[in-house]
Design a protein around this ligand. Structure first.
Ligand code: SF4
Length: 215
C-alpha cells in the first residue's frame, strides 16, 4: 500500500473530525470546574486518574479550598487525605502546594495565560497547560492525553507515543481553529467508542477511515 502523503492525511483527519462532530455534538471537557484555578487543580489531579473520579473529589475539595493560599494553609497530610482517592496523592499534594506557592510568588495568585508561564508551574506539563488555555480562554492548544495518543496511532495519523511529537504533528495537520474542538472530539471518541482494549469498531462512525478497524 503506498505511503499516505501529508496532505492526504490532513484531508482524512479533517473528514474524521467532521464525522466525530456529528457523532458527538455535545463533546466538551470532562472535568468539572468554574474557574481557571479549579481547572488547573482538577487537571493536576487527573494524571493517572479518570475524569469521573476527579469529579467525585472536586466538589468537596473546591468547597474547602478557594485560593492558592488555602492549599498552603493546611498540613500536607490533610491535603493528601482530601485527594486520596485520585491516586498518587502524595506526589499530587506536593505538586499542588508547590504550584500554589509559585502562583502566589510569581503570578500574584492568578493563573497565567501563556504556555510558557503555565508550564513553569510545578506539576504542570504541556497537556495540563493546553487544557487550561483552551478551556478557560479559548486559546488554541492541543491536549495530548492517553486517548489522543492511542487513537491517533490507531488511525495511522502518527506512529509515536511521544506526546510532544504528537502535539506538533497535529499542529501541522489541523487548522488552528479546530484544535480545541479536536481535543474534545477525540477524547470523547476514546471514552465512548474507541475504548482502550475493546474498541467498538462495528459501530464506529469513522471505521472506513481507520486502518486499524477490526472487521
Ligand atoms: S474503527 Fe475501531 S480502532 Fe478505528 S477508530 Fe473506530 S473504534 Fe477505533
Amino acid at each position: 500500500m503506498p505511503r499516505e502523503s501529508k496532505s492526504a492525511r490532513a484531508r482524512r483527519l479533517s473528514t474524521i473530525l467532521d464525522r466525530l462532530s456529528i457523532a458527538y455534538p455535545d463533546a466538551r471537557v470532562g472535568l468539572d470546574f468554574t474557574t481557571p484555578f479549579e481547572l488547573l487543580i482538577a487537571t493536576i489531579l487527573s494524571a493517572q486518574c479518570t475524569d469521573e473520579r476527579v469529579n467525585q473529589v472536586t466538589p468537596n475539595l473546591f468547597a474547602k479550598y478557594h485560593s492558592p493560599g488555602d492549599y498552603l494553609s493546611v498540613p500536607q497530610e490533610e491535603l493528601e487525605a482530601d485527594i486520596h482517592s485520585t491516586g498518587f496523592y502524595r506526589n499530587k499534594a506536593r505538586n499542588i502546594r508547590a504550584c500554589c506557592t509559585r502562583l502566589l510568588d510569581v503570578f500574584s495568585g492568578e493563573v497565567p495565560h501563556t504556555l510558557d508561564e503555565l508550564t513553569s508551574l510545578p506539576g504542570v506539563g504541556r497537556k495540563t497547560a493546553n487544557c487550561v488555555l483552551s478551556n478557560c480562554w479559548d486559546i488554541p492548544g492541543i491536549t495530548v492525553d492517553t486517548h489522543v495518543t492511542r487513537i491517533m496511532n490507531l488511525l495511522g495519523i502518527v506512529s509515536t507515543k511521544d506526546a510532544v511529537a504528537i502535539e506538533y504533528a497535529l499542529m501541522d495537520l489541523v487548522p488552528q481553529e479546530r484544535w480545541n474542538s479536536m481535543n474534545h472530539l477525540i477524547i470523547t471518541h476514546g471514552r465512548k467508542t474507541c475504548i482502550a482494549r475493546r474498541p467498538q469498531c462495528s459501530t464506529c462512525s469513522i471505521r472506513d477511515l481507520c486502518p486499524s478497524a477490526i472487521p
